[in-house]
Design a protein around this ligand. Structure first.
Ligand code: G3H
Ligand code: 13P
Ligand code: ZN
Length: 327
């Protein structure tokens, strides 16, 4: 693996973009990607809406793309934005890093930001691992996100009682002891497309804005991150089901709640599932309507367009990140 510093790829760390989001009360979109079409769609949508962007890669996405390709894809994303004449700030972020070695590898190979997710460990172990990553990262001008509290998996009850919410009383101590740059918290979101088990007509329970407010009060001005923030767009789930898929009971976080979070100390909102749904819905539609089609460009192209539409909608109408980059 070649050693590369992110600045040579034209990337930036997340410090300035999260500070702007805090000052101007919006959230920076953090979109996950696994392939070229997703990356092109995310960057195109963010340039068209003049939004900063955090490109997120999970450990398994990194394995899928391969470390030979990843820095070049990131550099191409920067070039794509520059060519449009609006060079938006772009960060490349490791999502849910699970070890010091993984975080170090990413820092050494062009990432500008890393998450170390030790939230399932004890408080002391979480602090120790996070601090180790922060020391290495900050020596390379890389920003670090950590997590306190555990997000629920697929929830059994509407009340989300299987998650372990972040304890506001632990936050100050955690920040002091780790020196981390942003903190992911657990206030009722969860990963994936099946966040709540709802009866027909039932609405998802509200996020725990009281916990968020208590955290903001203890650490005013500190950037908070929301994982598991896909809305699980009904339109895309309906398309998937209409064209041969089966995604019964899929449900996500209502947009109104995300708008409220984005206007608070939540400065970064993570979206993966909604992007997967958008592309899958369009690919299923094309396969159903044109069963003879076998040119990947004829289904990946429209799927990419559908993802651009989704990014524009999120940035404009949910996160408030549109129009924040001025030429
Ligand atoms: O938070 C997890 C992300 O949605 C990434 O998921 O490990 O399937 O890439 P993945
Ligand atoms: P979703 O599954 O809700 O898109 O969450 C993505 C996420 O948190 C990535 O870290
Ligand atoms: Zn996550």
């Amino acid at each position: 693996m070649r050693t590369i510093h992110y600045s040579t790829l034209g990337l930036v760390n997340t410090r300035a973009m999260l500070q702007q989001a805090m000052d101007e009360q919006f959230a920076v979109p953090a979109y996950n990607f696994n392939n070229m079409e997703q990356l092109q769609a995310i960057v195109t949508g963010c340039v068209q809406s003049a939004s900063p962007v955090i490109l997120q890669v999970s450990g398994s996405a990194r394995d899928y793309i391969g470390t030979a390709f990843l820095p070049h894809l990131a550099a191409a994303a920067v070039d794509l934005a520059r060519e449009t004449g609006l060079p938006i700030p772009i960060a490349l972020h490791l999502d849910h890093g699970s070890s010091f070695e993984m975080a170090k590898d990413c820092i050494d190979s062009g990432f500008s930001s890393v998450m170390i997710d030790a939230s399932h460990h004890s408080f002391a172990d979480n602090v120790a691992l996070t601090r180790q990553v922060v020391q290495y990262a900050h020596a390379h001008e890389v920003t670090v996100e950590a997590e306190l509290g555990v997000l629920a998996g697929i929830e059994d009850e509407v009340t989300a009682e299987h998650s372990s919410y972040t304890r506001p009383e632990e936050v100050e101590r955690f920040l002091e002891q780790t020196g981390v740059d942003s903190l992911a918290i657990s206030i009722g979101t969860s990963h994936g497309a099946y966040k709540f088990k709802l009866q027909p007509g039932q609405e998802p329970p509200p996020l725990r804005f009281d916990i968020l407010a208590a955290i903001e009060q203890r650490v005013p001005g500190f950037p908070i991150v929301l994982h598991g923030a896909s809305s699980v767009t009904r339109e895309h789930v309906a398309m998937i089901n209409q064209y041969g898929g089966k995604m019964d009971n899929a449900a996500g976080i209502p947009e109104e709640q995300l708008r409220r979070a984005a206007a608070s100390a939540v400065c970064k909102i993570n979206i993966d599932s909604d992007g997967r749904l958008a592309m899958t819905a369009m690919i299923r539609k094309i396969f159903a309507e044109k069963p003879g089609e076998f040119d990947p460009r004829k289904y990946l192209g429209p799927a990419r367009d559908e993802l651009i539409k989704m990014v524009l909608h999120k940035n404009n109408a949910v996160l408030g990140s549109a129009g924040r980059v001025v030429a």
